[in-house]
Design a protein around this ligand. Structure first.
Ligand SMILES: [Fe+2]
Length: 258
């Protein structure tokens, strides 16, 4: 027994879809209600679908009864002001778990690398059902910002950097990749993030919008990467030492949002 997965993710673990004409839509995300929810970087979130339709962002496994990241319930106050965002999440016809808009304040490459984490979308997900992957639809126009993916957290040679202009649409196996966003700014980034269940519906959606895994990284000075590697190692060693002095151990970061 294993999970139902998409062949489109088998090799690279992500797909970039055709760009969406974001400029044609109203900026619904500016009217949403955001809640404080600490994640990778300085963030807030506006839930569109949550575990029970409440205005909150917690993982479905942290509720009673705990459950996996499926069957999200629409948050009425927010979907009332964002019908287009809701329709975009629903378009694939795949089961939806958490669905929310993230607001991420500008950061830098080093902080993004420090914030790399894997999601835990498939906690409690029963084998034989669809693997949960996540859609990232960039709403604000951040052409010099990138979604960073690394197969190996500490190996920059595994790094994928996907540019985030308005309308960028990416689906990622976020449990496979270490990921975070480098938001150049000066404005915050807004992005619709949706958990979808893999299956024939999602496969058809990826095919319809020509999902491709042939991203070419925008250039980045190797010195910037090297400096970030060193600084992240220094910070992690420092945190580890602080925790050790308290008799605790540094755990891998899991499932803040990106
Ligand atoms: Fe994440």
């Amino acid at each position: 027994m294993s999970f139902i997965t998409s062949a489109a993710f088998a090799e690279k673990g992500y797909v970039v879809l055709d760009s969406y004409d974001q400029a044609a839509d109203p900026k619904e995300w500016l009217d949403l209600e955001f809640v404080d929810w600490k994640s990778s970087g300085v963030t807030r979130f506006a839930p569109l679908a949550s575990a029970f339709g409440e205005m909150e962002c917690n993982g479905f496994w942290n509720h009673t009864p705990p459950r996996t990241d499926k069957d999200g319930v629409w948050v009425q106050a927010n979907v009332d002001v964002a019908p287009i965002l809701k329709a975009r999440a629903e378009e694939p016809g795949a089961n939806i778990g958490r669905c929310r808009v993230i607001e991420l304040q500008p950061n830098d490459y080093t902080n993004a690398i420090y914030n790399l984490h894997q999601d835990d979308n498939n906690r409690l997900n029963p084998e034989g059902t669809g693997w949960i992957v996540r859609g990232f639809f960039n709403l604000s126009d951040d052409p010099s910002s990138v979604l960073i993916l690394r197969e190996d957290r500490f190996n920059p040679d595994t790094e994928v950097r996907i540019p985030l202009p308005a309308g960028a649409q990416v689906i990622v196996d976020t449990q496979r990749f270490w990921h975070a966003v480098w938001q150049v700014g000066p404005e915050p980034r807004y992005c619709l993030i949706t958990s979808w269940e893999s299956g024939p519906e999602l496969d058809a959606y990826i095919e319809k919008y020509h999902g491709a895994s042939n991203n070419v990284n925008p250039p980045l000075d190797p010195q910037v990467i090297e400096d970030a590697q060193a600084e992240v190692r220094r910070r992690l060693a420092e945190r580890s030492a602080t925790l050790a002095s308290q008799g605790k151990k540094l755990a891998d970061p899991v499932d803040p949002e990106a």
